[in-house]
Design a protein around this ligand. Structure first.
Ligand SMILES: [Fe+2]
Length: 377
C-alpha cells in the first residue's frame, strides 16, 4: 500500500512527535488512543476524564508500523498505543475526509441549479448529491413530494429534527384576514431572513406547496454570502459596521414577546459568513454615536439594496409538491406579489436544526444506504 505519511520523528522540544510536518503535543496524541479500556467502540466516547492524564506526559518512542498504516507510540508512563495513521491524517488535513461537509460557494442570479425529484431520493447517491447542493448553495428544491396537509412534518423529519416555535411545528402561509405577519397576505415580501428575534434563530426552513392557483407569488432567494462579499468589496467599513454593530430584534405577537440580539453579518471560526440576520420590520439598533450610526445606516441600506437586486436573485415558482429547503442563516428569501382574490395559494413551513442534514451526509459518506436520518430508540 502507499504510505500515508512517511516522515516521523520525536520532538525533543515539546515531548511529542512531528508527523507529516505537523507538531503533535503528547497529550493530543494520548487523547486519541483507541484501546478498548480507554475508548468505547460502540458509542465512540472516552472511558476516562482527560484531566486525569499526567500533565508532564512525553512520547518516549514512536515508529510507523503495520505496513505503513499505523503509528506505534510508547509514552513516558509506560503506556503503549497503536494509532490508525489514516484517522490521524484525516484529522490533520493530510488526507481528504469523506465526512467533511462540502464548503459553501457564493452565487448570484446566474447560478445554474438542479431541481431534485422526491421519488429519486431513495437512491443514496442522489440524496448525497442533493445534500451537497444544499451545503454549497444553502438551498435545494425538490418536486413531486406528496401533498397531503401536514405531510411536511414527515418530509422534513427525513432530514432532521423539527424545531417547534410559537407558530407551532408547522405554519401555514396562506391569505387570511387579520394576519399576524405580512407573510399571510398577497403582498410582495422583500428579502429577509426568518425569526432573527428568536434565540436560537431557526436554522433550516422548509416551504412546502400544497396548492397554487395564482400567477406570480414567485419565491425569491439571494445568497447572503455573495451580498456580504459585494459590500466588503465596495466599502470595507460598511462590512465592518454590519459585522460589529449588535442589533436587537423583537417580535411582539398575540402569544408572546421574543427578543434576540446579534450583528447583521457573522462569520464562523474559519472566516466563512455563517449568519445573516435581516428583517427590516423588527430590528432596533441601539442609540450609538450618530457618526457610528451614519455608517451603520448606509451599510444597512446597501445590504437591503443588494439583497433585493435582481443581479443576485433567483426566482422560481412553487407548484403543488414543490419543497424548498433553505439555510436561514445564509440566504435571504422573499416572494413576488400575487393577487390572492384570483385563486388559492397554500404553503406550509417548518424549521429544523442545522445538524440533521450534516449527520445524514456523514452517514451516506460512510457508505450508509439509508436516505432517512436515524433516531435513537
Ligand atoms: Fe420568511
Amino acid at each position: 500500500m502507499t504510505a500515508i505519511v512517511t516522515d516521523l520523528s520525536t520532538d525533543a522540544k515539546t515531548g511529542g512527535v512531528i508527523l507529516g510536518g505537523k507538531q503533535l503535543h503528547p497529550l493530543w496524541l494520548r487523547e486519541r488512543v483507541q484501546e478498548t479500556h480507554a475508548y468505547d467502540h460502540y458509542n465512540h466516547q472516552r472511558l476516562y476524564e482527560h484531566s486525569g492524564l499526567d500533565p508532564t506526559l512525553k512520547v518516549k518512542k514512536a515508529a510507523i508500523g503495520g505496513n505503513s498504516s499505523t503509528l506505534l507510540v510508547k509514552f513516558s508512563d509506560g503506556y503503549e498505543a497503536v494509532f490508525e495513521l489514516s484517522a490521524l491524517a484525516k484529522e490533520l488535513g493530510i488526507l481528504d475526509d469523506p465526512e467533511s461537509i462540502p464548503l459553501p460557494k457564493s452565487w448570484d442570479a446566474s447560478l445554474p441549479f438542479k431541481r431534485f425529484n422526491w421519488n429519486d431520493l431513495d437512491n443514496p447517491e442522489e440524496m448525497k448529491s442533493l445534500l451537497t447542493a444544499y451545503f454549497e448553495n444553502a438551498f435545494c428544491i425538490m418536486d413531486d413530494t406528496p401533498t397531503e396537509r401536514d405531510s411536511l412534518r414527515s418530509h422534513s423529519k427525513r432530514f432532521g429534527f423539527l424545531r417547534e416555535t410559537n407558530f407551532g411545528e408547522l405554519f401555514n402561509v396562506e391569505t387570511k384576514p387579520n394576519p399576524s405577519d405580512l407573510a399571510y397576505t398577497d403582498a410582495a415580501l422583500a428579502s429577509h431572513t426568518d425569526n432573527p428575534y428568536r434565540d436560537p434563530v431557526p436554522g433550516i426552513q422548509y416551504l412546502h406547496c400544497l396548492r397554487n392557483e395564482v400567477q406570480g407569488g414567485l419565491s425569491t432567494l439571494v445568497d447572503g454570502m455573495a451580498v456580504a462579499e459585494a459590500i466588503g468589496d465596495e466599502n470595507p467599513d460598511w462590512l465592518d459596521s454590519l459585522e460589529n454593530t449588535i442589533v436587537r430584534f423583537r417580535y411582539q405577537g398575540p402569544t408572546g414577546i421574543y427578543e434576540s440580539s446579534g450583528p447583521l453579518i457573522s462569520r464562523d471560526h474559519r472566516g466563512y459568513i455563517s449568519h445573516i440576520r435581516f428583517s427590516s420590520r423588527v430590528d432596533f439598533v441601539p442609540a450609538l454615536d450618530p457618526k457610528i450610526l451614519d455608517m451603520f445606516y448606509a451599510a444597512r441600506r446597501r445590504m437591503h439594496q443588494l439583497s433585493n437586486d435582481l443581479a443576485f436573485q433567483i426566482q422560481f415558482p412553487f407548484k403543488p409538491g414543490t419543497l424548498l429547503m433553505m439555510n436561514n442563516y445564509r440566504l435571504f428569501h422573499g416572494r413576488t406579489a400575487f393577487d390572492g382574490d384570483l385563486g388559492y395559494r397554500h404553503l406550509q413551513g417548518c424549521y429544523i436544526d442545522h445538524d440533521g442534514p450534516q449527520a445524514l451526509y456523514r452517514a451516506l459518506a460512510n457508505g450508509s444506504t439509508n436516505t432517512h436520518i436515524l433516531r435513537e430508540a
